[in-house]
Design a protein around this ligand. Structure first.
Ligand code: TYM
Length: 326
């Protein structure tokens, strides 16, 4: 039996190229070598403001997106967090071995509290404990995530270590798996790409929309006029996007053109647009095809929840026994 792998994503609706390159592309690449569980974490999504009437559509869109990016539901288990009640149950149990001080140091808690000062609630604070439970239930050894999640995985290791120390050694300490595209910056070149900050390109944006978004995207600030030379290593368009979507030949043309000021930023963006569009077109086509069949996604998510529950309920049983709760 292969080692287990677990990862999750919040149901924000459309997948942007940040979480595609930082996580989901990696999920698709890794599924052949691991017994993989991928979870749409709706209980994490309710820790920040959301619109109830949109929730189901966003979950479905996320599931369609994940499959369109190459996660194969025949190889991997894809499911919705709230369909497997063991997640919240284990989260409560693990909160009893989580030091309050560990949670006060979490960067994501501070960031989300700043974004939503009107709604700093207890679930936002306890969020990393639920994330630990997600991983621990499947005894996952590896957790493919972007850089922003490393602190949460470190916390999960601490919580699990403390649990194993206090009770019997029933849970496995996970390790983060990071890709080279671990932190994709947004089109503003200042913040990490994120749907909330509206600085993103979606994997299903049309060719025209992609170009409209790329046009004003931040480049090397030294290139004010076409005749000003620049440094590709200081250009977000080169670092975050060209490096992931353009082939070696194009990368060479762009580097040379930028340093010698022989091509303008808009020409660089046109070259990028071509590569990005070629990469994303098959994903878009698959997405549009799957979206037509309503039952397909429902069946996959129902089947995934059943498979996940079989594993999760066994772990929870072991945890309860080790604590004298059974
Ligand atoms: P979430 O939904 O914010 O993001 C999903 C995945 O995408 C990665 N990611 C990025 N990678 C590179 N550049 C970016 N701009 C970028 N934006 C997002 C994230 O690092 C993540 O891997 N708490 C998690 C979800 C979660 C989870 C888990 C993950 C819940 N339980 C258990 C792993 C294991 C989150 O909010 O991810």
């Amino acid at each position: 039996m292969n080692d287990r792998l677990f990862s999750g994503i919040r149901p924000t609706g459309e997948i942007h190229i940040g979480n595609y390159l930082g996580a989901i592309k990696n999920w698709a690449d890794l599924q052949a070598n691991y017994e993989s569980f991928f979870c749409i974490v709706d209980y994490h999504a309710i820790t920040t403001p959301f619109i109830p009437a949109e929730m189901q559509a966003k979950i479905r869109e996320m599931a369609i997106g994940i499959i369109s990016c190459g996660v194969d539901p025949e190889k991997s288990t894809l499911f919705i967090q709230s369909h497997v009640s063991e997640h919240t149950e284990l989260s409560w149990i693990l909160s009893s071995v989580t030091n309050f001080n560990w949670l006060t140091g979490m960067i994501q808690f501070k960031e989300k509290s700043d974004q939503h000062p009107e709604n700093i609630n207890a679930s936002l604070f306890a969020y990393p404990v639920l994330q630990t439970a997600d991983i621990a239930l499947y005894n996952a050894k590896k957790v493919p995530v972007g850089e922003d999640q490393i602190q949460h995985i470190e916390l999960a290791r601490d919580v699990i270590r403390k649990f194993n120390f206090n009770y019997t050694n029933v849970l496995i300490e996970p390790e983060a798996l990071i890709t080279k595209a671990k932190r994709i910056m947004g089109l503003d070149g200042i913040n990490k790409m994120s749907k909330t900050l509206n600085n993103d390109i979606s994997i299903i944006d049309s060719s025209d929309v992609i170009f409209q978004k790329l046009r004003p995207a931040m480049t090397d600030p030294a290139r004010v006029r076409k005749t000003d030379p620049g440094d590709p290593e200081k250009c977000n368009v080169y670092l975050s996007y060209h490096k992931n979507f353009s082939n070696e030949e194009t990368l060479g043309i762009v580097r040379e053109g930028c340093t010698t000021a022989s091509i303008g930023c808009i020409d660089c963006k046109k070259l990028l647009h071509k590569g990005m569009n070629e990469h994303l077109e098959p994903i878009r086509e698959k997405y549009n095809k799957i979206a037509l069949d309503k039952n397909y996604i429902t069946d996959i998510l129902d089947y995934g929840a059943k498979k996940a529950k079989t594993v999760a309920s066994k772990t929870l049983e072991d945890v309860k026994k080790s604590m004298g709760l059974k």
